[in-house]
Design a protein around this ligand. Structure first.
Ligand SMILES: Cc1cc2nc3c(=O)[nH]c(=O)nc-3n(C[C@H](O)[C@H](O)[C@H](O)COP(=O)(O)O)c2cc1C
Ligand code: SF4
Ligand code: SF4
Length: 315
């Protein structure tokens, strides 16, 4: 069991009747685990653009709830980050990988909450490779007095495919969807199984390929479109299709979208592509030639991956 001495231990307001031992036929170990779980307050913070990381965050939340954990789940945005709750025993932090880094807002949570020797667990979603993303979060965690105890990385469709010539319902789209982690449910179970075990992650090695990444790939990305920064503030809105539902405005993590006479974009944008992927009318796009490029809305990801997880579990 993880020792909470010296950490922000809460009072134990929630109780469990020992008669459950008999009624539910629990053995002592199961009973102790349940008592432990119901007294452990978990804060699950995640950042998400299109919705991949949100899907995994929701899956983790469900898995934790099944084990009786008390979870407070919050999507990171410029608004939510200003009122983060410090009343937790464990922090679970979820992030997509954007250009082998976490989005800046994810790093900002360390300015807002200090670890106070509490454990932190991190999950990343990625399309291809994460480089030193976790190594950097690990370093930040330790600098801010968190104890890193868990890491999980999940392959999901690369939401940056939006910038490439991959069309909706094409062979390439199906191929992109087919690239995802195996046994996601099992990975989640292993990940949350780290809660309660006092096993800090001490060192994280530099990934071997980051040298080539810096030398070749990053330079190519900057040349192509300045790591997508060339698109900032320049998304196109088809006013004929827009139904002014404000979904893009409400979901933008940076509050970067406004409705004046029509939908307008500022430059406070990290190209998360929430807006383009989640507009119900496909009214936002990068450019005319990319109008029919593949999109991954939260609903679409939820539908596809719920099916995938179900299949993976039944195999
Ligand atoms: C701007 C941008 C940059 C990306 N850079 C990387 C990357 O460097 N490595 C990688 O494996 N995936 C990369 N991806 C793919 C995402 O990490 C992946 O699709 C992730 O699951 C998206 O999660 P989200 O939908 O929660 O934002 C990038 C996606 C975007 C939008
Ligand atoms: S989400 Fe799409 S339809 Fe809704 S307001 Fe934004 S651009 Fe218009
Ligand atoms: S404007 Fe930029 S930050 Fe906001 S949802 Fe769109 S891509 Fe993301």
């Amino acid at each position: 069991m993880f020792s909470l001495s010296g950490t922000k231990k809460r009072q134990l307001p929630r109780t469990l009747d020992a008669s459950l031992l008999v009624v539910q036929n629990y053995n002592i170990e199961q009973y102790v685990n349940i008592v432990y779980a119901i007294n452990m307050k978990i804060q699950l913070l995640y950042y998400s653009g299109a919705g991949n990381t949100k899907f995994i965050a929701n899956s983790i939340e469900e898995a934790l709830s099944r084990k009786n954990y008390d979870v407070n789940t919050i999507k990171i945005s410029e608004k939510s980050i200003n009122s983060l709750n410090n009343d937790f025993d464990i922090l679970i932090l979820g992030s997509p990988v954007y250009f082998r880094e976490t989005p800046e807002l994810v790093n900002k949570i360390f300015d807002k909450i200090s670890g106070e020797n509490r454990p932190i667990m991190v999950f990343l979603t990625k399309g291809l490779y994460s480089g030193n993303t976790y190594k950097n979060i690990h370093k930040k965690s330790i600098e801010n007095n968190f104890i890193p105890i868990g890491l999980m990385e999940i392959f999901m469709p690369g939401t940056d495919l939006l910038t490439l010539a991959i069309k909706e319902k094409s062979f390439l789209e199906n191929f992109a969807i087919s690239i995802h982690s195996k046994n996601i449910n099992k990975k989640i179970d292993n990940f949350i199984g780290k809660i309660g075990k006092n096993k800090p992650i001490k060192n994280v090695l530099t990934k071997w390929y980051t040298f080539f990444d810096e030398l070749i790939v990053k330079k190519a990305e900057i040349k192509a479109d300045n790591s997508h920064k060339d698109w900032i503030g320049k998304f196109t809105v088809n006013v004929d299709n827009c139904i002014y539902c404000k979904k893009c405005i409400n979901g933008c993590p940076h509050g970067n979208i406004e409705l004046n006479e029509k939908i307008a974009f500022g430059i406070n944008c990290d190209v998360c592509f929430y807006c383009i992927n989640n507009c119900p009318k496909y009214a936002i796009y990068l450019s005319e030639t990319r109008r029919n490029n593949v999109r991954y809305s939260e609903e679409k990801i939820n539908k596809i991956f719920s099916g995938i997880l179900e299949k993976q579990t039944s195999v």
